[in-house]
Ligand binder design. Structure first.
Ligand code: GDP
Ligand code: IMO
Ligand code: MG
Length: 427
């Protein structure tokens, strides 16, 4: 019937996994459309935490089928570990997980190339998760990649050897020491495992299901400000993390898309290098990191923290055509006297609400609006109308600025901690 898209509006880690897990029973299919094991989507169910990297965040719910789309890049080693972990929870993964034959494979040498390239950049490094994302997408667009569907081809091994030789040749330009044998053996074992999974023509599968009246929730990874075209280039990832990425990454026409749910934290974080205008390099930033547990779900790195950046959010809403916002982690600010929200960028004494072309090389002085903190434990609320006035004041300030409604408010990592202004109607 139709597709809804759920994606991050900031620099990733907005809490996409949590919201998707909650919404999943309302959909027939959850389909991840881009990125790879650079993502870490956290689900907390009955106190138990699960971090998903490649598998869609609907896997722990009964109803939906889960599809890894053609736009995703897959490391079979990570995928095997993830599936083993999910299986240990008593879930029959093979009944619920389908993988596009057109998704690209991350090779062991892609990961080495990622690490070598980052090391060579020194101070200029992107802060990549070192999962081989950039070299794999480079080989995809360079038309040299290996795809999931190739694993059953009689020429798989010869194609793999050819690409590997090319990578080994490329690695000679870096002064980088590595050892391939061990990781290659583990990778080859995982390729055998991959053959036992449901490898499908996912564009046909998804469109046939839509034709039968089924509903799909497309799951984004990373966030809009990490998008290869519209993010803070070059400090971005290598895929389109935005709405259009869902069409490319699943083979779904834009005319099938209904809701675009944008996820944003009540503040802002970033992991890795690159511009972050509202970053707080002070005690407040440290406090947010501590209370919010702001450490990467994939790499464990501390996340940089700062106030909510409304010009950047407005930009993300424009690029994605966001129809509603889910705000996460408002509870992290429970005890703050004052909350600040960046409303404008001051650049060379000129005030603007537009994101400058070269954010990485522009000195920005954020202009802040101060709001009264709510000083209440938001975790105890389950009805929108019971939320404290001060918090509702913060929400309406954000909604007015962004001209978009905040329909869901997450007040804790656990599945059930979600307050709705409007229930999502998936019909
Ligand atoms: P994702 O990559 O967008 O799925 O987000 P991550 O899982 O990387 O990071 C979000 C973190 O915040 C995880 O540790 C979640 O368990 C946690 N989380 C999600 N929503 C909330 C919330 O509303 N409040 C709090 N305190 N934590 C949350
Ligand atoms: P989820 O889906 C936050 C960041 C990295 C680095 C840059 C490029 O969990 O929100 P890459 O490995 O893609 O070459 O890294 O992008 N990054 C993320 N930051 N959340 C993510 O995913 C991220 N995936 C990549 O830290 O700055
Ligand atoms: Mg994450």
């Amino acid at each position: 019937m139709h597709v809804d898209i759920l994606l991050g509006l900031q620099w990733g880690d907005e809490g996409k996994g949590k919201i998707i897990d909650y919404l999943a029973p309302q959909y027939d299919i959850i389909a991840r459309f881009q990125g790879g094991p650079n993502a870490g989507h956290t689900l907390v169910i009955n106190g138990e935490k699960t971090v998903l990297h490649t598998v869609p965040s609907g896997i722990l719910q009964d109803r939906p089928l889960n599809v890894i789309g053609n736009g995703v890049v897959i490391d079979p080693v990570t995928l095997k570990k993830e599936i083993e972990n999910i299986t240990s929870k008593g879930i029959d993964v093979n009944k619920k997980l389908f993988i596009s034959k057109k998704a690209h494979l991350i090779l062991p040498t892609h990961k080495i190339l990622d690490a070598a390239s980052e090391a060579a950049k020194g101070q200029e490094k992107i802060g990549s998760t070192l999962r081989g994302i950039s070299p794999t997408y480079m080989d995809k667009t360079g038309r040299n990649g290996l795809r999931i569907g190739d694993v059953v081809s009689p020429s798989f091994n010869s194609i793999y050897q050819r690409i590997k030789e090319k990578h080994l040749h490329l690695l000679k330009i870096y002064d980088y020491e590595f050892s391939l044998e061990e990781i290659e053996n583990v990778w080859l074992e995982s390729i055998e495992f991959l053959k036992s999974l449901n490898l499908i023509d996912s564009e046909y599968f998804l469109n046939n299901e839509l034709a039968k009246g089924k509903t799909i929730l497309a799951e984004g990874a990373q966030g809009t400000m990490l998008d290869i075209d519209f993010g803070t280039y070059p400090f971005v990832t290598s895929s389109n993390t935005i709405t259009s990425g869902a069409c490319n990454g699943l083979g779904i026409a834009p005319t099938k898309v209904k809701e675009v749910i944008g996820i944003a934290k009540a503040y802002c974080t970033r992991v890795g290098s690159g511009p972050f205008p509202t970053e707080l390099l002070n005690e407040t930033g440290e406090l947010i990191r501590k209370i919010g547990g702001e450490f990467g779900a994939t790499t464990g790195r501390p996340r940089r923290c700062g106030w909510i950046d409304l010009p950047a959010l407005k930009y993300a809403i424009m690029i994605n055509g966001v129809t509603q916002i889910a705000m996460t982690k408002a509870d992290v600010l429970n005890d703050f006297e004052t909350i600040e929200a960046c409303t404008d960028y001051s650049i060379n004494n000129t005030v603007t609400r537009e994101i400058p072309y070269d954010l990485a090389n522009t000195v920005i002085n954020p202009v802040y609006h101060k709001l009264c903190g709510w000083k209440t434990d938001l975790r105890k609320f389950s009805n929108y109308d019971d939320l404290p006035e001060t918090f509702l004041g913060y929400l309406s300030f954000v909604e007015e600025y962004l001209a978009t409604e905040v329909t869901m408010i997450s007040t804790g990592p656990e599945r059930e901690r979600l307050v709705f202004k409007k229930e999502l109607q998936v019909v």
